[in-house]
Design a protein around this ligand. Structure first.
Ligand code: SF4
Ligand code: MG
Length: 284
């Protein structure tokens, strides 16, 4: 299955987003998907361009709004594999309310955040994921705000699948995306995806030194929520792997009465032409 298209990404050479793109394409192929089975919805930011680089349905939406569109798509056609994607600014600043409510709603979609801890597209300002003290044009004396902890946040609002990876680990990232797609419900995957142009602190080398892999800990049990929280707090969020998974929690779709029988796109409207025109008028 060919998920690559002919569009050449205009990311800077070395940008972490290239690996996320490659991992996504591999994951779809490994899961036996066809391009027409997959829809990618993205927000605004360097990473938001990803929806145009995959040979599948793509929707490049507005800033911070990939999740409402992705959830609507999935509810209208639950046969689609829907992946929402974007940057840390898109998902954890302007789009944060959608992120929180999408997690607690639990529609069966996968959300991949390319987290470079900076605003890249607007040329390097402090983002909600920048650490305190981080110096940019918008915080020349260093950031005086605390960074958001997305994995801990997701655990507290009832997430069923919480995972983290890094662009330099293509194999691990591909595996996590596959598991996220297979998970029945909302999956949040935060990917440390270095911005080689505007973030000179959180570099590939920095992550190599600071990230702790859960795959190396054979006693780690991803179904244990308090252990997940403890692990994150112990390492200041710098862990990779499937941090938490609750396989028991039903998805939103499973709990909507009558939804399971047929996707909305296949359901008969049960309206004649006149009734349909009347309905359109009501919404005009
Ligand atoms: Fe990637 Fe940063 Fe370049 Fe944007 S500015 S393409 S995030 S390296
Ligand atoms: Mg960013």
């Amino acid at each position: 299955k060919e998920f690559r298209n002919k569009v050449k990404p205009n990311w800077c050479p070395g940008c972490g987003d290239f690996s996320v793109l490659a991992a996504m394409q591999r994951a779809f192929a490994n899961l036996g998907k066809e391009p027409e089975d997959v829809a990618i919805v993205s927000g605004i930011g360097c990473s938001g361009r990803i929806s145009g680089y995959v040979n599948a349905y793509g929707f490049h939406g507005v800033h911070g709004r990939s999740l409402p569109i992705a959830q609507g798509l999935k509810l209208a056609n639950r046969d689609l594999t829907v992946v929402a994607s974007g940057g840390d600014g898109d998902g954890f600043a302007i789009g944060m309310a959608h992120t929180i409510h999408a997690i607690r709603r639990n529609v069966d979609i996968t959300y991949i955040v390319m987290d470079n801890q900076v605003y890249g597209l607007t040329k390097g300002q402090t983002s909600p994921r920048s650490e305190m003290g981080f110096k940019t044009k918008s915080t020349p004396a260093g950031s005086i705000e605390a960074a958001i902890a997305p994995m801990e946040m997701a655990l507290t609002v009832g997430a069923g699948f919480v995972a983290q990876s890094v662009s330099s680990d293509l194999k691990g990232l591909t595996h996590i995306i596959e598991e996220g797609i297979k998970h029945k419900g909302f999956s949040l995957i935060n990917v440390y995806s270095p911005c080689v142009t505007y973030n000179k602190i959180n570099t590939y080398d920095w992550f190599k030194e600071n990230l702790v892999s859960l795959a190396d800990d054979e006693n780690y049990d991803p179904s244990n929520r308090s252990q997940a929280m403890q692990k994150l707090m112990e390492h200041n969020g710098l862990v990779t792997g499937i941090i938490y998974q609750n396989k028991e929690r039903p998805s939103y779709e499973e709990l909507v009465p009558g939804f399971k029988e047929q996707p909305l796109t296949d359901q008969d409207l049960q309206l004649n032409e006149e009734q349909f025109d009347q309905l359109l008028k009501e919404f005009a």
